[in-house]
Design a protein around this ligand. Structure first.
Ligand SMILES: NC(=O)c1ccc[n+]([C@@H]2O[C@H](COP(=O)([O-])OP(=O)(O)OC[C@H]3O[C@@H](n4cnc5c(N)ncnc54)[C@H](OP(=O)(O)O)[C@@H]3O)[C@@H](O)[C@H]2O)c1
Length: 334
């Protein structure tokens, strides 16, 4: 089978299309014929990890070290990227009960990666579910892992109908889903993103949009009950003046300084900092949210597997206007 392999860390052109052995499912595994894979932030980080210093990494040093230990110090341990994808079950191991050949699924394999390939095996009890019936493979590939992360993180802050929520990073993998979920909980949502992605953020339902390259949300005079800064690009010291009483400053990426702020604000003051790590794996309920129209996809571009490096280049240079996917087995959408 064909797979996009990288044998050294570096720029997009380290991604090479190669012929490798097709995997065989174990007794408890399904073999999935991959149709589409989301090019997400994790892929870009893992591809170039050697060149990302602890200070540029969005998490504390220990997390950087763990990431390097998992993905490799000198050269990549995991030679195939891709963790959010959709495809069709080709065959199943003898103990598999939940799936059968021909089922259309979407899945998330986390740090194990390996979905930039024509086929991938995963345990039937892994984060794999039947594909939402109202999405194509391409769309479904963009809403598995990030949806679980966004939902799990928001579950820690209990958004109420009518609350005012700002999402800094509303066009990204986590933020674009958090925006839609916050809307579905009845919040008024302000999305902050870069200029090329304003249309996407509007289409996903934001009530107000702020372009971070032109405006600073902390100086616009509007106040919020929740500020979810996905990458931690703002600061609590500046943001707290636009947080309402009992407001929460929520982070999915944080350094030790923000962890200390979280500890301090837990004890003192009525505005809290929360740093949250997500461990959710319930993908079946993501299918339900998608089918209920609460989570949508917004595809910008699809690249065939031969152009994986171009796909990474497009995303890395900040050109993308929505989600970018790589397609496999293009001639067989049956
Ligand atoms: N806490 C957890 O459990 C957890 C789980 C999974 C991942 N993560 C972490 O989450 C990160 C990836 O998140 P993601 O997938 O959402 O990333 P992403 O897809 O790269 O999105 C990043 C977002 O941040 C925005 N942004 C970039 N610079 C900004 C600035 N100066 N001001 C305001 N917004 C800015 C981007 O806007 P534009 O693109 O429009 O410019 C985009 O909306 C990784 O670092 C990973 O470690 C955390």
């Amino acid at each position: 089978m064909k797979a996009i392999v990288y044998e050294k860390f570096g720029p997009p052109d380290v991604l090479q299309l190669k012929e490798i052995e097709k995997p065989t499912p174990k007794d408890n595994e399904v073999l999935i014929k991959v149709h589409a894979v989301h090019v997400n932030a994790g892929d870009l980080i893992a591809r170039n990890l050697k060149n990302i210093s602890p200070s540029k990494f969005h998490m504390p040093f220990l997390f950087w070290f763990i990431a390097r230990a998992s993905f490799g110090f000198r050269k990549p341990k995991t030679k195939i990227l891709g963790n959010e994808f959709a495809g069709k079950i080709e065959s199943v191991g003898k103990d598999v009960e939940r799936f059968k050949a021909g089922d259309e699924v979407f899945a998330y394999v986390g740090q194990a990666m390996g979905a930039y390939a024509e086929y991938i095996c995963m345990p039937e009890k892994g984060t794999v579910a039947l594909k939402p019936t109202n999405m194509t493979y391409e769309e479904a590939s963009t809403v598995s892992g990030n949806s679980m992360t966004a939902r799990n993180i928001l579950s820690k802050v209990n958004i109420q109908s009518g609350q005012k929520v700002l999402i800094n990073g509303a066009s990204g993998g986590i933020g674009s889903i958090a925006l839609q979920l916050a809307k579905s909980y009845g919040a008024e949502v302000t999305g902050v993103c870069g200029t090329p992605r304003m249309e996407m953020v509007k289409a996903l339902g934001a009530d107000n949009i702020i372009d971070y390259t032109k405006e600073d949300f902390t100086t616009k005079g509007k106040t919020y009950d929740l500020i979810f800064d996905v990458l931690g690009k703002s600061s609590f010291s500046r943001s707290k003046k636009v947080l309402n009483k009992n407001g929460i400053y929520l982070l999915a990426n944080f350094k030790s300084r923000q962890l200390l702020q979280a500890l301090r604000t837990k004890i003192i003051g009525n505005k809290k900092v929360k740093c949250v790590l997500s461990f959710e794996e319930d993908i079946d309920s993501i299918k339900e949210l998608v089918e209920a129209g609460k989570i949508k996809s917004y595809i910008d571009k699809s690249y065939p597997m031969e152009q994986a490096a171009e796909a990474h280049d497009y995303v890395e240079k900040g050109f993308k206007k929505g989600y970018v996917v790589i397609t496999f087995n293009d001639n067989d959408q049956t």
